[in-house]
Design a protein around this ligand. Structure first.
Ligand code: ADP
Length: 533
């Protein structure tokens, strides 16, 4: 192997070392407490050890075979440890829930890794010796090499499996982050499989061996890219500056070391253009961060305002409820004649006061529900619930209104009792009341049919009416806050909050609520799906 060959490799090993140590230290210092950051530092150090000792082994092979063998063994000693740490790192990135099984599995993997590493270093089972064939280093493997390779293979499979599994469950913005790891890992593993396992062990061809080791730089680069692009560790600028700086320094050194003036000038020009590009890159990153910071600030302020609004809503509703309840009580007493007999005319007006007051109480209750939902203060008390009973009691409540309007209210009672659902009785009653009450409210002729449909592990309540129906747009917006359809004109007193709250309640039950309608004046059907207890 020529001196030029080694000079070239020296530079590559140097680049890998600078990148690895720089990345490792920066990431670690950013947040020394975080496990991912600590694992990353260890990984970087292992990476350096692995690549350097493998290089040293090849370099020393021409001078001292015992020292060279020892260097090679150290490089191979580090390999299983590196793979273990990489696996733990990926596990951390994948955000797996730490259960007992996983903790035990991790321990077994680490202990096996350490065991194999020690066997590699202190016995001839993995690496027996090496020979120089045409000045190319060829390692002679021991009988235990397949143990070593098998362990590596299992870890590769486990790492990829963990990554894919978590990838499928992560939200989209985190998926992007994992994609970089994927690409980096895939190239790294593939290069290792081909150049460190397939060629040397199976084809006995070791001259491309170094490519496997150097593929670590690809892994590093992609992790770095994941950091820069997706702010994995939130150190975007430092990292970009570091990368640009490191490559700049190497380019500059190269231009000084060049053998003749023209190469020197040429190398220096490359350095010069790279510096300009690097400067622009850093500037754009800084700009992006500034913009993001502004956005974040605006978002925080908006959030504060929103919280203030919710707080106000909550306090105002509380304050409103007390006098309203007092009014309700006094009007009820007046109506009952406790303070003397009243004329029919006064009674009629009192009735109107009572109804308006009821409406206000309902509105205040809805606002309170929303305030509690938004602050996460709404509590649910789940218990097994016989859904038919709730539906029947709601039907009883609204049947008077239906009768008054002259529309039918048909209930198809299930032939045998339904399995119980897991629900908060009061909240679910409110949801069902809202659906059936709406159906009666928005139906002028014909009527409302209520029935159940039983599925394997859940049941669906179906409320079908022959009322004003809903357009596509209304269907889309019915479950949003303050959204009201054509019902507004007919019932200006509605709040447009009922279905919004209903949807939130149902979501807390792991259920679904939705509506269908063939169109305006063609009736609507509301569905409420709840899982069985
Ligand atoms: P509100 O009934 O107080 O307006 P909701 O949140 O209960 O508020 O309903 C939102 C909107 O959905 C209503 O304003 C109405 O336009 C539409 N809607 C709800 N139920 C029906 C129904 N059964 N038929 C037609 N439209 C309906």
């Amino acid at each position: 192997m020529s001196a030029g060959f080694f000079a070239f490799h020296k530079i590559i090993v140097l680049i890998i070392d600078i990148l690895a140590i720089g990345l490792g230290v920066i990431v670690y210092r950013k947040n020394p407490q975080a496990r991912t950051n600590r694992l990353f530092l260890i990984m970087s150090l292992f990476m350096i050890g692995w690549v350097d000792f493998a290089f040293l082994g090849r370099l020393l092979a021409f001078q001292s075979s015992s020292l060279a063998l020892f260097s090679l063994k150290i490089a191979w000693f580090i390999t299983p440890l590196f793979f273990c740490v990489l696996f733990l790192f990926i596990e951390e990135i994948a955000q797996l829930p730490k259960n007992k099984k996983i903790v035990i599995r991790d321990r077994i993997i680490i202990l096996t890794g350490i065991g194999i590493a020690l066997i590699t270093l202190f016995t001839d089972l993995i690496i027996k010796n090496f020979v120089l064939q045409d000045s190319i280093l060829v390692i002679i493997y021991g009988k235990g090499i397949f143990l070593f390779l098998g362990f590596g293979f299992i870890l590769i499979v486990l790492t990829l499996y963990t990554l894919i599994k978590s990838y499928l469950h992560l939200p989209p913005y985190q998926k992007l982050k994992i994609q970089y790891f994927f690409v980096g890992l895939a190239i790294f593993y593939l290069a290792n499989l081909i150049f460190n396992i397939f060629f040397p062990v199976l084809l006995k061809k070791t001259d491309l061996y170094y490519l496997g080791d150097y593929s670590t730089i690809v892994l590093l680069a992609f992790i770095a890219y994941a950091i820069v692009k997706r702010e994995l560790f939130g150190i975007k600028v430092i990292l970009t500056e570091f990368l640009v700086g490191a490559i700049g320094v190497i380019l500059l050194i190269q231009s000084f070391l060049a053998p003749d003036v023209w190469t020197k000038v040429f190398n220096f020009l490359i350095f010069f253009f790279f510096s300009i590009l690097g400067y622009l890159l850093i500037k754009s990153v800084l700009q992006e961060i500034k913009l993001r910071a502004q956005l974040e600030k605006a978002y925080k302020e908006l959030k504060k305002l929103d919280e203030a609004k919710t707080e106000f809503l909550s306090i105002a509703s509380h304050q409103l409820r007390t006098p309203l309840t007092a009014i309700k009580g006094y009007v009820a007493m007046l109506k009952e004649g406790i303070f003397g007999k009243l004329s029919d005319q006064v009674l009629e007006i009192l009735n109107k006061v009572y109804i308006s007051n009821e409406r206000l109480i309902n509105l205040v209750n809805s606002l309170l529900d929303i305030a509690r939902l938004e602050t996460g203060r709404l509590e649910f008390h789940f218990q097994p619930l016989q859904l038919e009973e709730v539906v029947e009691s709601v039907i009883k409540e609204v049947s008077v209104a239906a009768q008054k309007k002259g529309i039918y209210l048909k209930y198809k009672k299930p032939k045998k009792p339904l399995p119980k659902v897991k629900a908060d009785p009061e909240k679910i009653r409110q949801v069902i009341l809202n659906i059936i009450d709406n159906a009666v409210k928005y139906t002028m002729k014909g009527g409302v049919t209520i029935k159940f449909k039983v599925k394997k592990d859940r049941c669906v309540l179906i409320v079908k009416d022959t009322g004003i129906g809903m357009t596509e747009e209304e269907l889309e917006k019915a479950f949003q806050m303050y959204r009201r359809g054509q019902g507004v004109r007919m019932f200006p007193e509605g709040s447009g909050l009922g279905l919004y709250i209903a949807k939130k309640f149902v979501e807390a039950h792991n259920g679904r609520i939705w509506a269908e309608s063939p169109g305006k004046d063609k009736g609507s059907t509301f569905y409420l799906e709840l899982p069985f207890a």
